[in-house]
Write a protein that binds this ligand. Structure first.
Ligand code: AR6
Length: 184
C-alpha cells in the first residue's frame, strides 16, 4: 500500500528492516544507545560491531528520547543508520505522543540533511516500549505526512513492518485518510 504526499511517497511493507536497501534505515534504540532486543538487536547483529563503536565514540552520552543520531550502516546495504529513541508508554499522559512525533520528525530531518532519497522506519515504540499499536500508527503516519507536505524534495519513506498485524494498523490509517479525502 502506498500514498503520495506532496512530492514524496509513503509505502507500507511487511519485512525485516535489516534487509532494506533504502539510503537510511531507522533504529528504535534506547537513550543509552546501548543496544538491546527487538529491531535494535537485529540491526546491530546484522550491521556488525563497527556501528556500536561509532555510537560509543560519537555519542558517548547517548540520545535523549525523541531525538536522533546517525552512523554509517556497517555491513548493511543501507548507507546510514539513524538511531532514534521513542518514548516508553506510561499511559499516554507523559508526553508520549509528542516524543514519538519528535522521533519521526528528527529522523526524517537527519535523513534529508544527509541527502537520503529513501528512508525506512520500523514501528517505533510499539514493541518493548509498549506504545499501543493503533495509536502509534496514527502518530507515525501523521508526523510523516506533515513532514513530507512541507518538503520540496522528493523522498521515499518505507514503513517496514514486522508482521501483518502491524501492517493492518498502518493500512487502516491510510484507508481512513483516503475516505476523508474522498468525502472532502
Ligand atoms: N524489522 C522490522 N521491524 C522489527 C524487527 C525487524 N528486524 N524486529 C522487531 N521489529 P522494538 P521499541 C518490530 O521492541 O518498542 C530495544 O531493546 C517489532 O515487532 O524493537 O521502540 C531497544 O534497545 C515492533 O513492531 O522497539 C530499546 O531498549 C517494532 O519493531 C527498546 O527495545 C518496535 O519494537 C525499544 O523499544
Amino acid at each position: 500500500m502506498r500514498a503520495i504526499i506532496g512530492n514524496s511517497v509513503v509505502e507500507l511493507v511487511v519485512g525485516d528492516i535489516t534487509n532494506e536497501e533504502s539510503d537510511a534505515i531507522v533504529n528504535a534504540a534506547n537513550s543509552q544507545l546501548a543496544g538491546g532486543g527487538g529491531v535494535d538487536g537485529a540491526i546491530h547483529r546484522a550491521a556488525g560491531p563497527s556501528v556500536m563503536e561509532q555510537t560509543r565514540q560519537r555519542y558517548p552520552e547517548g540520545c535523549p528520547t525523541g531525538e536522533a543520531v546517525i552512523t554509517d550502516a556497517g555491513r548493511l546495504k543501507a548507507k546510514y543508520i539513524i538511531h532514534t529513541v521513542g518514548p516508553i508508554w506510561r499511559g499516554g499522559r507523559e508526553g508520549e505522543e509528542d516524543y514519538l512525533r519528535a522521533a519521526y520528525r528528527n529522523s526524517l530531518q537527519l535523513a534529508v540533511e544527509y541527502g537520503c532519497k529513501s528512508v525506512a522506519f520500523p514501528a517505533i515504540s510499539t514493541g518493548v516500549y509498549g506504545y499501543p499499536l493503533d495509536l502509534a500508527s496514527e502518530v507515525a503516519l501523521t508526523e510523516i505526512r506533515q513532514f513530507l507536505f512541507n518538503l520540496s524534495d522528493a523522498i521515499l519513506v518505507r514503513c517496514v513492518l514486522f508482521n501483518e498485524g502491524t501492517l493492518g494498523a498502518y493500512s487502516r490509517v491510510l484507508e481512513q485518510w483516503a475516505r476523508d479525502d474522498a468525502g472532502a
